[in-house]
Design a protein. Structure first.
Lengths: 203, 203
């Protein structure tokens, strides 16, 4: 059975990473896609685990061959999700999470219309601001910018298949896990795209 | 927010009732539709709770007005799901389960294309036969007939949105619950059909 491609997006500070950390141990056969990047590895980052670290020439060559499901340039560095990386896992029957923003999601939907997409919302802007401030890592200007970006991103929420509101970590995690499980009940197809659970399956 | 209409079908002996009993206590805002029938109440059955018990004239009049989402005649009695019964609950934001067979499901899909449908499969025919025999309530002829019917019903499995295989009660219940929760994350619309979780929701 082929794996499913799952796009997951959330405005900064929504708690996406916390939710994902909570559900990953309960779900078998689910991995994150490893992105390509042209930036240098940071301390502790491993080649092929955190990122595929490649030269700009290699990145652009792969991009020009249409080798990326989605790519973007951020602060002078390139980031992208390679088609091969994703396809290989899907063909092994593994579900693949793509943790990408709304621009990336638009590109992936075009290249892979079967992908399901999930948007995680903050419960309110006040709460979102409180969370961003509570981190204590960003200046008021950065927080204001992140909030403005988050509000702009929310305009795209209707293009996502599923919306999870993170008003409570446990409920949001339960909901995200439910979406993954339901997706598996929906897409019961073998590697040739034929539906499973047919009389022929039964002897 | 409007409720969701959920069709649930399973060949006889698949364990549908047991699964439903297991998940109902965990899910708020979910009820079974109460059917209309022309058969007489059995001992302990309550009007409006187990069925709406009506005369054949009343049933046929309602049917001829297009008042049923689906109806069928079984052993000389009529059974049907009234549109009003379902619509009233959906408009109160309550999700409604329709426990119906594949013929009923076909009728409902035509009348209510938004309905989601779930088919519960036995893990195998051998196991299905074992379960039907294990009940100790049916003759070998009845069991053979039920099995033949179940095999015929399986041909329709591809018209359902979701397929849950009851190879293990706990996993099947977890999967069914997941489908309901995911459906709620998918259809986040208000009573006017407008998507929820939009920037305007946030103050």
């Amino acid at each position: 059975m082929k794996g499913n491609l799952i796009i997951i997006s959330a405005p900064s500070g929504t708690g996406k990473t916390t939710i994902l950390k909570k559900i990953m141990p309960h779900l078998q056969g689910l991995t994150f896609s490893v992105s390509h990047t042209t930036r240098a590895p940071r301390s502790g980052e491993e080649q092929g685990k955190d990122y595929y670290f490649v030269s700009q020439d290699a990145f652009l060559a792969l991009r020009d061959q249409g080798g990326f499901l989605e790519w973007a340039e951020v602060h002078g560095y390139y980031y992208g999700t390679s088609k091969k990386e994703v396809t290989d896992r899907l063909n092994q029957g593994i579900d693949v999470f793509l943790d990408i923003d709304i621009q990336g999601a638009r590109q992936v939907r075009k290249a892979a219309p079967d992908a399901i997409s999930i948007f995680i919302c903050p419960p309110s802007w006040q709460e979102q601001e409180k969370r961003l401030t509570g981190r204590g890592t960003d200046s008021p200007e950065t927080i204001a910018l992140r909030l403005a970006n988050a509000k702009a991103e929310m305009a795209d929420v209707n293009t996502y298949d599923y919306v999870v509101i993170n008003d409570d970590l446990d409920s949001a995690a339960r909901m995200l896990e439910a979406i993954i499980l339901a997706m598996r009940a929906k897409n019961r197809r073998n590697l040739n795209g034929e539906p499973l659970c047919l009389p022929t399956e039964y002897s």
